[in-house]
Design a binder for this molecule. Structure first.
Ligand SMILES: *Cc1c(COP(=O)(O)O)cnc(C)c1O
Length: 397
């Protein structure tokens, strides 16, 4: 047999983490890495946050799991907190981002069905989006590399250019249910939508009674300096998917909706065995305890500005390698003039610095939100050394 026991769907690199300490990961062989990837925007409290660990430990010994057939004081409490902190009136808890987006898609279709429009099932989505790896969420993205081998796709998605309001308007037809959009594209290369674009989508939704769905799985949960990125745009969605950072490393997600948008999500329409179980709720509460406060959020913004300022100054030294820095808060992307994957591997293997490659020749800088100046200094030192020693024509490491 030649297949590996772990289904070989990932091109796994040689880093094999076995322990985490604050903003560092320690590999099986003892090598210490600075983690500016955070499990792709997940470990926002770093790797050994006592508040998060304590909450999970306490809940583990009290009650780990019960079915959604029973009342959930834990779920009600966290849902109420999210309702109080956001635009939403109601929350469905999931175990992942893709499931949160799935629930958002179902909520939008169910809304139109509920008001007598079974024909309004189509969502307009945006090129180079990433919404997850289930059949519905790959169907929601135009990226053919995710479709190959899995056809036929789920019907009911139409792709238009990101940040192109005229294109979005022109795509509206008799079957349109709404728009599904990442306010800041993550995998697509940290591309933030313009204010006019998101405001324009909101206006189109109001005009045509469509659902505006934000996928904040990557940009949400304090990553950009506000609890959710939509707050910075002054644009309120009808439905929102959140996950990644929301459990601080515990697998968890949620679909948030207004009362109007959730009209069709009545008893029997949706479910999840694990979704919202007491252990996940304890993790979610612990994360909110830390991040949902104005000082923490202001600190993320300030650190993001410091890091961005230093990155912008630095890339000027290597005009052949780097083009620009973009993003918000601690969700930053460096657009390169060369293929970023080889440079990400070089930073990782030769300078023990973890970042994440993305689309549009960009690498992502997604540190834990609890970094301090020491970690920013260490990051800049490693990045400088990596750029100085990099030969884009050299053999890939
Ligand atoms: C990661 C991601 C997802 C999918 O989340 P999973 O937990 O991997 O299912 C969906 N949307 C966006 C924007 C993401 O970044």
């Amino acid at each position: 047999m030649s297949i590996t026991p772990l289904m070989p769907v990932y091109p796994r690199c040689g880093v094999r983490p076995v322990r985490g300490e604050h903003c560092h990961l320690i590999s099986e062989d003892g090598t210490r890495y600075l983690d500016f990837a955070s499990g792709i925007a997940v470990n926002l409290l770093g790797h050994s946050n006592e508040h998060l660990i304590g909450a999970i430990q306490r809940q583990t010994v009290t009650l780990m799991h019960v079915s959604n057939l029973y009342g959930s004081p834990q779920g009600e409490h966290l849902a109420q907190r999210l309702v109080d902190l956001t635009f939403a009136d109601t929350v469905f808890f999931t175990n992942s981002g893709a499931e949160a987006v799935e629930c958002a898609i179902k909520t939008a279709r169910a809304y139109h069905s509920h008001v007598g429009h079974d024909d309004k099932y189509e969502l307009i989505t945006f090129k180079n989006a990433f919404h997850g790896r289930t059949m519905a969420t790959i169907s929601a993205s135009n990226q053919e590399k995710m479709h190959k081998g899995f056809l036929p796709l789920l019907q009911g998605f139409k792709y238009v250019d990101f940040d192109d309001l005229d294109g979005a308007r022109a795509a509206i037809g008799p079957n349109t249910a709404g728009f599904l959009v990442e306010p800041i594209q993550g995998e697509g290369g940290i591309r933030d939508a313009s204010d006019e674009f998101l405001k324009g989508l909101r206006a189109l939704c109001d005009e045509h009674d469509l659902m505006l769905i934000f996928d904040e799985v990557q940009c949400g949960v304090a990553r950009t300096g506000t609890l959710y990125a939509y707050e910075q745009y002054g644009v309120v969605p009808d439905i929102m998917a959140t996950a990644k950072g929301i459990g601080g490393g515990f697998p968890m997600g949620a679909c948030l909706a207004t009362e109007k948008a959730a009209r069709g999500m009545v008893i029997g329409t949706h479910g999840s065995t694990y979704g919202g179980n007491p252990l996940a709720m304890a993790a979610g509460e612990a994360v909110l305890d830390v991040v949902a406060n104005p000082e923490f959020l202001a600190d993320v913004t300030a650190k993001g500005e410091r890091l961005r300022g230093r990155l912008e100054q630095f890339i000027g030294n290597y005009p052949d390698l780097f083009e620009l820095v973009r993003g918000r808060g601690l969700m930053l992307g460096v657009k390169m003039k060369v293929e970023p994957r080889a440079f990400v591997a070089h930073m990782r293997d030769n300078h023990q610095l973890l970042t994440v490659a993305a689309g549009d020749t960009t690498f992502r800088v997604l540190p834990p939100l609890v970094i301090g100046d020491a970690e920013i200094d260490e990051f800049m030192d490693k990045l400088s050394a990596a750029a100085a020693s990099y030969n884009p024509e050299g053999p890939a490491t």
